[in-house]
Design a protein around this ligand. Structure first.
Ligand SMILES: *Cc1c(COP(=O)(O)O)cnc(C)c1O
Length: 486
C-alpha cells in the first residue's frame, strides 16, 4: 500500500499550500512593483531585531504566520538594492523574471555538482554564450560560483597549477623551490589579495602596482616590477587586470596587459566583476578590447546583468588546465558512458563545490526574456545616468568631483568652508542620506579623501533618482555644516 508517509514534509492538503503560495508570489511581485513607494533602507528597530533571538522552534507554525513574519520583520528591513535610489557598493537590482526562475529552480531542486541531466546543459549553454561574447574559444570552461571573490580565487589556483605543474596539488607550495608572485593594480578589489591568502601563496606575494591619472594600472611600473622580481629569482605567475574598478569604475588597459602577459609568459586574468558584461553594450565593448586575450575572466551576473543573487562566474580559456586543477577521483563519483553517471566532465571537476544549485536557470531566463541587446542598452543607460550625475556635480559650487567617470561610478564630496573636517562631514552625510531613506550611496577613499560614492547599477534608476541624491546631499550637507547651536 502506498499511502502518505507519516513524516513527509509535503502537505496533506495541496490546495491550501497552493493558495498560500499564490499569496506569497503576489506579495513579492507587489513589493517589486511598488518599490519606489518605500524608503531605500531603514534602520532596524530594536524590537524587530529582538524577534530573532528566539530558541529553535520545536513545534510547527502555520506557513501563513511565518510568511506574515517575513512581511513584517524581514522584507521592510532588507538591504534596499532593488530600490532605484540604492547606489552603494556594486549591487544589482534583481529582476522579476529572475525571481520567477528562482522559484522554478527551487522546485526542481537539481544538484548541479554532476551527473547527466538537463540543468547542467543549461549551465554549459551559458558558458558557450559568454565564451562567444568574450571572444573565447567554444572549448573554454565555465562555472557558476557565489561571486567574483570565489571566481578570482579559482583563477589563482588554476594559474598556480599551470605555473608549478599539477603535482603542486599533491605536494603543496612548501615543496616547491619556486616562489610565486602576482601583480594587480592599487585599484583592484581586496578579494584578489584574499585569493592569494587562501591559495596559501600569501598576500605579500601580490605586488600592488600604482595607478596612472585615470586610475588604471601603470603598465610601465608593472613591467619594472616583473623585471625586478625575476632578478630576485622569483616566479611571476599571475597578472590580474581590472575591468571596472570598484572604487571609481576604471578599466585597466587590457591590451597592454595582454601584451605584457604574453611576452612574460604569465597567466592573464581579468577581474570583470561588473564591468566585463559591459561587452553587451557596444560603446563599452570597444573599451574592453584585450579581454578576448585573457586566460580567465571572473564576473558576476548578479551585478550589471540584474540576475538575482547569487550568480558569479569563472570562465577559463584552457579547459584542461581548469579541470586538472580541481578534478579529484573518488569511487563514489565514478563516471559511466551511459546512465545518470554519464556526461563527464562534471561541474564539480572545475571548482571546489560538489553540491551546487541551479544558478544557471535565473541567468538563462534573464538573458532569454530580455535579450542581450536590451540588457546592453540598460547597461549603457546606467553610464549615461553617471554622466548626468557628473554634470550636476560640475554645476554645483557646493560639490566637487573626485575622480573621472569612466563607467557608472561617480565619486564626489560636499564642500564647506565652515567644516574643519571634510572627511567626517562627508561620512556623516552618507549616513544621513541612508537614514533618510531617499538615497543610499556608500563611501570610499579617493587620493586619501572620503568620497561619496554613487554606483549606478540598478536598471530602475532614473534621472529623478539622481536629482533626489543631489538635492538631499546638498540639503543634508548644509544642515550638518551649520555651526552647532549649544
Ligand atoms: C563586486 C566586486 C568583486 C567581488 O565580487 P563578489 O560577487 O561580491 O564576490 C570583485 N571585484 C570587483 C571589481 C567588484 O566590483
Amino acid at each position: 500500500m502506498t499511502g502518505r508517509p507519516p513524516d513527509t514534509l509535503d502537505p496533506s492538503d495541496w490546495h491550501d499550500l497552493r493558495a498560500q503560495g499564490h499569496r506569497m508570489l503576489d506579495d513579492i511581485l507587489d513589493y517589486t512593483e511598488h518599490i519606489r513607494e518605500r524608503p531605500v533602507w531603514q534602520t532596524i528597530p530594536d524590537q524587530v531585531r529582538a524577534k530573532f533571538q528566539q530558541a529553535l522552534p520545536m513545534a510547527p507554525t502555520e506557513l501563513s504566520l511565518v510568511h506574515q513574519q517575513f512581511m513584517e520583520n524581514i522584507l521592510p528591513y532588507s538591504v534596499g538594492n532593488t530600490h532605484p535610489g540604492f547606489m552603494g557598493w556594486v549591487h544589482g537590482g534583481g529582476n522579476p523574471v529572475g525571481t520567477l526562475a528562482e522559484m522554478l529552480a527551487a522546485g526542481l531542486n537539481a544538484n548541479l555538482g554532476g551527473r547527466d541531466h538537463m540543468p547542467i546543459e543549461v549551465e554549459r549553454q551559458i558558458t558557450r554564450w559568454v565564451s562567444a561574447l568574450f571572444g573565447f574559444p567554444d572549448t573554454a570552461s565555465g562555472l557558476f560560483v557565489t561571486g567574483t571573490s570565489m571566481a578570482n580565487f579559482i583563477a589563482v589556483l588554476v594559474a598556480r597549477s599551470v605555473a608549478l605543474g599539477n603535482s603542486v596539488r599533491q605536494t603543496g607550495l612548501q615543496s616547491s623551490a619556486q616562489h610565486l608572485v602576482a601583480y594587480t593594480s592599487a585599484g583592484a578589489h581586496a578579494c584578489i589579495a584574499q585569493a592569494m591568502d587562501m591559495a596559501g601563496i600569501g598576500m605579500d606575494a601580490l605586488r600592488i602596482i600604482p595607478m596612472n591619472d585615470h586610475f588604471e594600472m601603470d603598465t610601465d611600473l608593472l613591467k619594472t616590477a616583473i623585471t625586478t622580481d625575476r632578478k630576485l629569482g622569483l616566479t611571476p605567475f599571475f597578472i590580474a587586470g581590472t575591468a571596472g574598478s570598484v572604487d571609481v569604475g576604471a578599466i585597466d588597459n587590457l591590451s597592454q596587459l595582454a601584451d605584457i602577459a604574453e611576452q612574460e609568459q604569465i597567466w592573464f586574468h581579468i577581474d570583470g566583476a561588473y564591468g566585463a558584461l559591459g561587452m553587451l553594450a557596444p560603446s563599452i565593448a570597444t573599451r574592453l578590447t584585450g579581454i578576448q586575450r585573457a586566460d580567465s575572466i571572473a564576473f558576476d551576473f548578479h551585478k550589471w546583468l540584474q540576475v538575482p543573487y547569487d550568480a558569479g562566474f569563472i570562465l577559463v580559456r584552457d579547459h584542461l588546465a581548469h579541470q586538472a586543477t580541481f578534478a579529484t577521483p573518488a569511487s563514489y563519483l565514478r563516471r559511466e558512458a551511459k546512465g545518470l553517471a554519464a556526461g563527464s566532465p562534471w561541474p564539480c571537476d572545475f571548482g571546489p563545490d560538489l553540491s551546487r544549485g541551479f544558478r544557471a536557470l535565473k541567468t538563462w531566463f534573464t538573458l532569454q526574456v530580455y535579450g542581450a541587446d536590451h540588457l546592453g542598452q540598460m547597461i549603457s543607460h546606467t553610464c549615461e545616468l553617471a554622466q548626468y550625475l557628473k554634470k550636476c556635480i560640475d554645476a554645483s559650487a557646493k560639490l566637487e568631483l573626485l575622480a573621472p567617470v569612466a563607467l557608472n561610478i561617480v565619486c564626489f564630496r560636499y564642500l564647506s568652508a565652515q567644516a574643519d573636517n571634510l572627511d567626517q562631514l562627508n561620512a556623516d552625510i552618507v549616513v544621513a542620506l541612508q537614514e533618510s531613506g531617499l538615497a543610499a550611496p556608500s563611501t570610499t577613499l579617493v587620493h586619501g579623501n572620503i568620497a561619496i560614492r554613487a554606483a549606478i547599477v540598478n536598471h530602475r534608476t532614473t534621472s529623478v533618482d539622481i536629482d533626489t541624491l543631489i538635492n538631499a546631499t546638498i540639503a543634508i550637507g548644509d544642515r550638518l555644516s551649520q555651526p552647532r547651536q549649544e
